[in-house]
Each structure stands twice: as structure tokens, then as C-alpha cells.
Design a protein around this ligand. Structure first.
Ligand code: PLP
Length: 428
């Protein structure tokens, strides 16, 4: 048996190393790690490795972007951050967090179920329940663990069936797999395919859970929430909606509420790491389901609770959102400006409407080289490469934050226009 994946590291995709190893019969985990490291080292030395870039002084709309793996550093306009409202730098949010640190100390030291929550956590749960339009809310340490914990507890074992959108986030898919339930993905944002699958399978199971996102993180498209909730009139299922990319960005707080659908949704989930610029995940539901999750979701039972200073930051961010409605209108004006300009320049940005703006490149080699040039020109963003998406769908992802200025948007557009022409992505 071979010890490391053989062949040139030159054109190898880091996301395919495990598959290459399997094909070559490499099964020892140390050898798989060596194969990964060879590809990463090669990409680092040729300057195209961009996946552990970091900012010198934390998330912001601009900053010095560095890498552990090579010596480069560059002052960049920063686009991969999900702080849609830029609140991680808001003085009130920082002040509230410092005050809570002084009063409540740093970590909680244990899980919520064994006494790790404080009065702040309790206040936050009540306020989040109201924002999400439900009777009760349960706070998890992260959005990832909220999805894994809740979904695996709600659809336990083979008598349950889960249908989820094919493009759901990894935390949803991991929860689905951990549940031990039977499951099937349905075609992305396709209520007709969902209906077909409900029609075929729903009656065979005691419990059916349907999981979707309100806005999809790789494309910025809104889900067909109305059509999906209408299916509840014909089929018996519980509906779980992840609002990670819409929570706090509308005056109604969620898309479910904006469309008058919250009563038809059984579980409204959101992360607190995006618009509220902190960390944490929450599931809003009935009191009864909250109790079930408290007792059955291992991520709640066996994971240390979210620190009070982070809870204080969440609540201060909610205050700012309530007190400053112009933040939302300003964000949406910038979204509309950037989307319109990109389309006018000839870029394909898909059919989304949200502050997540994909710029489709559709060629893996161009993506790598253009990403490198973009960084050299002072624009830093995420390259969404194969196998996360198909070769024909590789793209850059720009996440617009209210803290991005029009000047930063214009400078980014100018770089994209120049490079788009250089690489033939748009017409010269
Ligand atoms: C749709 C969705 N759900 C859940 C999560 C996990 O949230 P967190 O990163 O705050 O743990 C993310 C993170 O990006 C997400 O995009």
C-alpha cells in the first residue's frame, strides 16, 4: 500500500485529496494528512493558497490581510465577513460587552442545563423569542451546534424522515446525518420536487421534518417560503427554517414574519454571529418543543454555554437595530447599488437579492488566478471552488456589510472590471 498520494501536486484540488487517496488505496490517516499538506504547501509556495488568510486586527470592512503560509500581507477591502450591519465595531455593542465582562466574568464553565446560564441568557432568550415571533427560544453556543443539536433531537431514529434543500448549510446536513433518521435532499429551492417527495414518502413515517434556509448562503437567493408553507395544507410535516442570512435585516426581523408565515413555521432558527455580530445560535418554537430540546439536544446539554459578554453584545446589537432603522435602509441601498453595477459591468451574479453577492466565474483555473490578482489589487474575498460547488459554478462571494463605504464598493468594482476583462469573464 502507498504512503502518500502520488502524482503531481501541481493541478490537484485540495478538496479532492481525500478522494484521490481513496482511489490510490491510501487509507492510513497520517498519509492522507501528508497528502493534504503536500498540496497546501505547493499552493502556498506558488501564491494561490488563500484559505487561511487572516486579518491583522479582526473583522472590518478594510484591514491588513495576512497569511500564515507565506510572507505576503496586503491592505485590502474585506468582503468575506457576515457582519451585515457592521455592528462588531459599534461603540454601544463593545461597551455592553465590556460591562458584562466586568460584571459576569469570562466563560460560563458549564452547559446551560447544569447551571451555566445567567440572568442575561434568560433575558436574551425571552427577547429573541419575541423577535422571532414564537412562544419560546433556546440559546445554543453557536449556530452550527444549534442546527446539529436541534435537528438530531427532533427527528431521532428510523421512524422519522427528513427532507432538506440540497444547498442547505453543513450544520443542517450534519444534524440530519446524526439524527439516524431516513433522509433525502430535494432539488434546490424547488417546492414542486419537495411536494413530489412528500407525496411519495410522508405517509410512511410517523414524523416528517422539512428543513430549508430563508436565504441561501452560497447564492443569496430567498427560499420559496410561501409555496413551502402551503404544502403543509396537504402534507403532515414540521417545518424548520434557518434564518441565518436574513435575521435582523428587515424591520419585521425575519423573512418568515415579513411574509406573514411565522405561524406556519414550527422552528425558526438563526445564528447570532452575523447581523448581531457576536456568537450563538437560537431555535424559536413552542414551550413544549423547547423543553424537548433542553432534554434531548446534546449540543445544549453537553456544551458549555455562550459567554455572558457575547450575550450582552447580542442584546446591544438588537438595541442598535431597533434604535437605528436607517441602518437597514442604508444596507439595502448599498446592496441594490452593488448588484446593479455588477450586472451593468456584465458579471453574472445569479438571481439573488440579498447582501450575499456571488460573482460567477465558472472556470476553476480562472478563479484561482483572478483571486490572486484581486488580492494583489487590495480586494480580499472568498473563492468558492470545486468540489464545494460544481466546476461550472465556481464563483467569488462578496458579502456586503453596511460598514462598506460607497468608495470601497466603487474601488472593488473597478478592480473587478479590470480583472473581469483581463480574464475574459466580461467583454472588453
Ligand atoms: C445557513 C447557516 N446556518 C448556520 C450557520 C452556522 O452559524 P455559526 O457560524 O454562527 O455557527 C451558518 C454559518 O455560516 C449558515 O450560513
Amino acid at each position: 500500500m502507498l504512503d502518500v498520494a502520488v502524482g503531481s501536486v501541481e493541478n490537484r484540488q485540495i478538496g479532492l485529496v481525500r478522494k484521490d487517496c481513496q482511489e490510490q488505496g491510501i487509507v492510513r490517516i497520517g498519509a492522507v494528512a501528508d497528502s493534504y499538506h503536500a498540496v497546501k504547501s505547493h499552493q502556498s509556495s506558488s501564491g494561490v493558497w488563500c484559505y487561511d488568510n487572516f486579518t491583522e486586527v479582526g473583522s472590518n470592512s478594510t484591514g491588513l490581510v495576512k497569511s500564515d503560509t507565506h510572507d505576503r500581507e496586503k491592505n485590502c477591502i474585506v468582503w468575506p465577513i457576515n457582519h451585515y450591519l457592521g455592528l462588531n465595531r459599534h461603540p454601544k455593542v463593545i461597551e455592553a460587552s465590556i460591562e458584562a465582562l466586568k460584571q459576569f466574568g469570562t466563560g460560563c464553565g458549564t452547559s446551560a442545563m447544569s447551571g451555566g446560564h445567567s440572568s442575561l441568557h434568560k433575558l436574551a432568550e425571552k427577547r429573541l423569542a419575541a423577535w422571532l415571533g414564537k412562544e419560546a427560544a433556546i440559546l445554543f453556543p453557536t449556530g452550527y451546534s444549534a442546527n446539529v443539536g436541534a435537528i438530531s433531537a427532533l427527528a431521532k431514529g428510523p421512524s422519522c424522515f427528513i427532507l432538506f434543500d440540497r444547498e442547505c448549510h453543513a450544520s443542517i446536513i450534519d444534524g440530519v446525518k446524526l439524527s439516524g433518521a431516513k433522509f433525502l435532499p430535494f432539488k434546490h429551492n424547488d417546492p414542486i420536487d419537495l411536494a413530489r417527495k412528500l407525496n411519495k414518502f410522508a405517509s410512511q413515517y410517523e414524523n416528517v421534518l422539512v428543513v430549508v434556509e430563508s436565504v441561501y448562503s452560497m447564492t443569496g437567493e430567498e427560499a420559496c417560503l410561501r409555496e413551502i408553507t402551503e404544502l403543509k395544507e396537504r402534507y403532515d410535516f414540521l417545518l424548520f427554517v434557518d434564518e441565518a442570512h436574513s435575521f435582523g435585516l428587515h424591520t419585521e426581523r425575519t423573512l418568515c414574519t415579513k411574509f406573514g408565515l411565522t405561524d406556519k413555521v414550527d422552528f425558526v432558527m438563526t445564528t447570532l454571529s452575523k447581523s448581531t455580530a457576536s456568537i450563538g445560535g437560537v431555535i424559536a418554537t413552542t414551550n413544549a418543543f423547547k423543553t424537548l430540546l433542553q432534554v434531548e439536544a446534546n449540543a445544549y446539554l453537553f456544551q458549555a454555554a455562550i459567554p455572558p459578554s457575547d450575550v450582552a453584545a447580542i442584546m446591544a446589537a438588537m438595541d442598535v437595530i431597533e434604535d437605528t432603522p436607517e441602518l437597514l435602509s442604508s444596507l439595502w441601498s448599498k446592496v441594490s447599488y452593488m448588484r446593479t453595477k455588477l450586472t451593468e459591468l456584465g458579471f453574472d451574479i445569479g438571481s439573488g437579492t440579498s447582501p450575499i453577492i456571488p460573482v460567477f466565474i465558472r472556470d476553476s483555473d480562472t478563479l484561482l488566478r483572478m483571486g490572486q490578482d484581486m488580492y494583489d489589487d487590495g480586494v480580499f474575498t472568498t473563492s468558492v471552488a470545486y468540489p464545494v460547488v460544481k466546476h461550472s459554478e465556481v464563483r467569488f462571494r462578496f458579502i456586503l456589510n453596511e460598514s462598506h463605504s460607497y468608495e470601497q464598493i466603487d474601488r472593488t468594482l473597478a478592480v473587478l472590471e479590470r480583472l473581469g476583462k483581463k480574464y475574459g469573464v466580461v467583454a472588453s
